[in-house]
Design a binder for this molecule. Structure first.
Ligand code: ADP
Length: 500
């Protein structure tokens, strides 16, 4: 297909991107549109489903224009999306019935506490591989249905469709013909039995979600349907769909145990293939379905989540004003050889893996009269590296094979100093690939497998190229000294809001 591309849609939290990818896995053109964020109350985060859709269409048009291509030049479509966020809409018209509740939204914390008090957590953990936390979709849907009795009535009557963002985009792209999601996205809802590969009746009951609302589920690399020519200007097959982190794992070509990637974005997400029959992990790690899963071959991924990573750099820029752009943080932090003991725990929204402490709050400790903004900048980068090093520790006890190298991507991975600190503080080599748009690439590769362009993901693995490797340079004693300092600071940050 010399002039035919795979269109990858990467619908993220803060923007929607579209990439045209050729057969060699090269991104030929990209389009990107920002997505408005709504914060109606403290801890609430919403998106407008129509704006999600409009931003995707605009990004696709931008990419086509940049490549001088037409919709008929698209051979197949792959979708990667922000996970857990829920959309509800009317089946008869396709009209959204509420704002989308975004993964970061904490409004269901009380509902989670109630369910925990009723003893629901072990069932959730065992069936879904997740924890009982507002992060996942189930309590978000439960909240909408509780708040709007009319919505519940209509949902029970089969008039309402619900799903994660992928299912909303599939619905729109197919002109309302298909209501489907893939296993990797379904596995982040807390309504899906990851061992059996289907919606869990008991969990639907527990959360009060009528199964009639939920989409059909199928493997990531499979045919979901065809676009409506009225919508896209051509009839194109959608053949790849995955949650963004699972898609990035494919884009980084981490297909086998021992491989792992970390995405340094707003938060940080470390994922590793966990094989075909993994036990339920401990240490606050999550178990989800990977994008390589088929109906005959299961695929699981282990995941650790850092809730605040690049967002700490945004905080230095927007709240403290000590840098004008995120890129400035590297030179500022490099102006000092170390933080002189200053330690920053950016637990703005609690702590994720391994702590899962919603009551932790941020702190900066070790400040002296000589502390400068350069020390703070360096402490912020160290904080990201320390947090990810903690994830790696958690993985070490959960994986059959140790992680030999960490593949890095995401907006903050362009920071060389951060990746060197990561290698030093975790004691593993960190590799940044040539192509860091790994989420879009993963979606494109899945779509390529789904439409038969590639016979398997292993075939595309050769398309991955390293750009730069950061080797650990710190001695083991030095590393342990720094890590001990971080652990002491984290202890002081924990439980802060609860005891205050
Ligand atoms: P997301 O997909 O979560 O919106 P991106 O992968 O686009 O995030 O990365 C953006 C994040 O990376 C922001 O939080 C920003 O502060 C951070 N960032 C961008 N450039 C740098 C840099 N040079 N050094 C450190 N952090 C950076």
């Amino acid at each position: 297909m010399p002039d035919r591309y795979i269109l990858a849609i990467d619908q993220g939290t803060t923007s929607s991107r579209a990439a045209l990818v050729d057969e060699q896995g090269t991104i030929v053109a990209m389009g990107q549109r920002e997505l408005p964020q709504y914060y109606p109350r403290a801890g609430w985060v919403e998106h407008d489903p129509e704006e999600i859709w409009a931003s995707c269409i605009a990004a696709i048009e931008d990419a086509l224009q940049a490549a001088g291509a037409r919709p008929s030049d698209i051979a197949a479509i792959g979708i990667a999306n922000q996970r857990e966020t829920v959309v509800v809409w009317e089946r008869s018209t396709g009209a959204p019935l509420a704002r989308a509740i975004v993964w970061q939204d904490r409004r269901t914390a009380d509902l989670c506490d109630e369910l925990r008090a009723e003893g629901a957590e072990p069932l959730v953990r065992k069936a879904t591989g997740l924890t009982l936390d507002p992060y996942f979709s189930a309590t978000k849907l439960a909240w909408l249905l509780r708040e709007q009795p009319e919505l519940r009535r209509r949902a029970e009557a089969g008039e309402v469709a619900a799903g994660t963002v992928d299912s909303w985009l599939i619905w729109k792209l197919t002109g309302g013909r298909v209501h489907a999601t893939d296993y990797s996205n379904a596995s982040r809802t807390a309504l899906f039995h990851i061992g059996r590969g289907r919606w869990h009746e008991g969990l639907c009951n527990l959360f009060g979600v009528p199964p009639a609302m939920l989409p059909h589920t199928q493997p990531s690399a499979s045919r979901f349907g065809f676009t409506d020519p009225e919508v896209l200007g051509a009839r194109v097959a959608i053949t790849g769909v995955a949650g963004d982190q699972q898609a990035a794992l494919i884009g980084q070509m981490c297909l086998h145990p021992g491989q792992a990637k970390n995405t340094y974005g707003t938060g940080a997400f470390l994922l590793a293939p966990a094989g075909k029959r993994p036990p339920l992990p401990e240490n606050g790690l999550l178990l989800s379905v990977g994008a390589a899963a088929t109906d005959s071959a299961p695929d699981y991924v282990l995941e650790g989540s850092v809730l605040v990573a690049g967002a700490a750099i945004q905080w230095l820029r927007d709240q403290l004003g000590i840098i004008a752009s995120a890129d400035e943080v590297e030179a500022l932090a490099a102006a000092v050889p170390d933080t002189e003991g200053v330690t920053f725990v950016p637990a703005f929204a609690g702590l994720g893996t391994p702590h899962w402490d919603p009551h932790a709050r941020g702190l900066i400790v070790g400040i002296t009269r000589g502390t400068t903004r350069a020390h703070l900048a360096r402490a912020a980068l160290e904080a990201i590296a320390f947090s990810v090093a903690e994830l790696l520790d958690a993985f070490a006890t959960a994986l059959p094979k140790p992680i030999a190298e960490l593949r890095a991507d995401g907006g903050a991975a362009r920071n060389d100093l951060l990746l060197q600190l990561q290698a030093d503080l975790a004691g593993v080599p960190v590799v940044r690939p040539v192509q860091t748009e790994t989420t879009a690439l993963g979606a494109a590769f899945l779509a390529g497998v789904g439409n038969g362009l590639y016979t398997s993901l292993d075939e595309v693995a050769a398309l991955w190229r390293p750009d730069r490797t950061f080797e650990p340079k710190m001695t083991a004693e030095e590393r342990e000294e720094h890590r001990a300092r971080w652990r002491r600071a984290v202890e002081r940050a924990r439980g802060w809001a609860a005891s205050g």
